[in-house]
Design a protein around this ligand. Structure first.
Ligand code: ZN
Length: 474
């Protein structure tokens, strides 16, 4: 079995920084020691990596991706092969993707379909959440089965997209009751989709067809209202663990904060796009260009009734927001976003970003908005604990999988098409961004995937991770 020694680095965990050498035996972290404690020859290390001046962190975990998602008459443009490879480039060693069941389809077949798409294709390890798009007796039974037998312990419901993924309050309550019984987590897309559809129809009738109206028809109170309603339903269902996905609004965050103050198992994630991009700089660009940034929940303005971005950064610091994911759901402009030319409501919803989460959040460290510890906690450790993968994932400790990223704080990363990003997209939501810090080396279960600015991994290295129940409950 190959043995690797990572020397002279600074290991970062949610509780602090320590100068430590990391010894890897095969796929697993064997031991940590003070700098110089291990002798490479004595330990039989065939690979020695010098991490002097660099950070050594657990591999990133992105718990919200949509590879090959069918949406709006097309498919998200990254396959598991291309998307997981782009993730590796960005220091991500595990993704949790959203398997899909739509109304009238079988949950088990939806999950089997996702296994078929991912099996043998991934550069990094992967797990699944299950989207329940049609709550009925069959799908409720399936939720229990997946939790107990398939290592799929979290279920995503939608309060938006009537006629596609939408569940009404009664369906949501039933799914929550089932999850409460078997210990599973409910993930919620919290937007009032019924009201949003009225606003969309009214906007289109007024001839407001440009991408900018995507945001105007999804105002933040409809995110806050849905978040509140989901929290109330989760309480009625017996304090079932509830995780609000892709939070973009300060008023929605207040609902989560209040529930947490009451001691409820209510959590939320946000995504880099909500922390760094503004409505004015994106969706409101002239013509159709704004389509690049059509995603739901929408990007918001700092000049809205409150500064959502500032609220989100503060929420990240105070743990009102526990996790940063990407909601990676890329669509090309050509032939995909273009489906919504002349009608913004037909633009496929999604932004690609799986490659850039670690560096975009490190930029929060560089600008003083986040600590190094909190960066690792929100991007690596809490995702593992939240979704039942700890301590195999999310920590640099003996016995953990040797998913390790060596991070160079002295280099910079340029993001975009011009910088030849690795996602299968014909544009970048972050074109031209130059941020501090760069991925230096990435190891997945002891195997080097990225080194010397080159990808040396292979498709099929990644394995399916069977997850347990959440380890993050109050
Ligand atoms: Zn999503």
């Amino acid at each position: 079995m190959a043995r690797t020694l990572i020397k002279n680095g600074t290991v970062i965990s949610p509780t602090g920084l320590s100068p430590a050498d990391v010894l890897i035996d095969g796929e697993t972290i064997a031991a940590l020691g003070a700098h110089g404690f291990f002798d490479a020859a004595e330990q039989g290390a065939d690979t020695v990596i010098d991490a002097a001046g660099k950070y050594v962190i657990p591999g990133g975990i992105d718990v919200h991706t949509h590879m090959e998602l069918p949406f709006g008459g097309t498919f998200a443009s990254d396959t598991f092969e291309t998307g997981s490879r782009a993730a590796a480039w960005g220091g991500v060693t595990t993704i949790v993707d959203m398997a899909v069941q739509r109304t009238g389809e079988s949950v088990q077949e939806g999950l089997a379909d996702w296994h078929r798409k991912a099996d043998g294709e991934c550069a990094i390890d992967y797990a699944f959440h299950q989207i329940i798009g049609g709550v009925d007796d069959e799908s409720l039974k399936a939720m229990r089965y997946l939790t107990e037998h398939e290592g799929v312990t979290s279920f995503k419901l939608f309060m938006a997209y009537p006629g596609v993924f939408y569940s009404d309050d009664g369906q949501i309550l039933r799914a929550m009751q089932t999850a409460a019984e078997c210990g599973a987590m409910i993930m919620m897309h919290a937007e009032n989709g019924i009201a949003i559809d009225v606003l969309i129809a009214q906007a289109l009738a007024r001839g407001e067809t440009d991408p900018r109206y995507h945001a105007a028809t999804r105002p933040s109170p409809l995110e806050a209202e849905a978040t509140h309603r989901a929290i109330v339903l989760s309480h009625v269902a017996g304090n079932v663990p509830l995780y609000i996905v892709h939070m973009s609004a300060g008023d929605a965050l207040e609902e989560v904060a209040a529930a947490r103050h009451d001691g409820r198992n209510v959590f939320a994630e946000t995504c880099p796009q909500y922390l760094w991009l503004t409505l004015e700089e994106t969706l409101q660009r002239p013509g159709f260009e704004g389509a690049k940034w059509v995603c739901s929940t929408p990007l918001r303005s700092p000049h809205d009734h409150r500064n959502h971005q500032a609220d989100l950064w503060r929420g990240l610091r105070t743990n009102e927001l526990a996790v940063v994911s990407t909601d990676h759901c890329p669509f090309c402009m050509k032939d995909q976003k273009e489906l919504g030319l002349g009608d913004f409501s037909k633009i496929p919803n999604g932004i690609g970003g799986v490659e850039h989460r670690m560096e975009l959040l490190y930029q929060g460290v560089a600008t003083g908005q986040l600590t190094l510890e909190r960066w690792v906690e929100t991007c690596c450790t809490t995702p593992a604990r939240m979704f039942g993968m700890y301590p195999k994932k999310g920590v640099i400790a003996p016995g953990a999988d040797a998913d390790v990223v060596i991070w160079d704080p002295d280099r910079q990363t340029t993001i975009g098409i011009d910088a030849k990003h690795h996602m299968q997209m014909d544009y970048s939501a972050y074109e031209g961004f130059v941020v501090d810090g760069k991925v230096d080396t990435v190891l997945s279960r002891g195997t080097v995937l990225i080194a010397d600015d080159a990808y040396v991994g292979r498709k099929g290295h990644g394995r399916f991770v069977e997850r347990g129940l959440s380890q993050y409950l109050v």
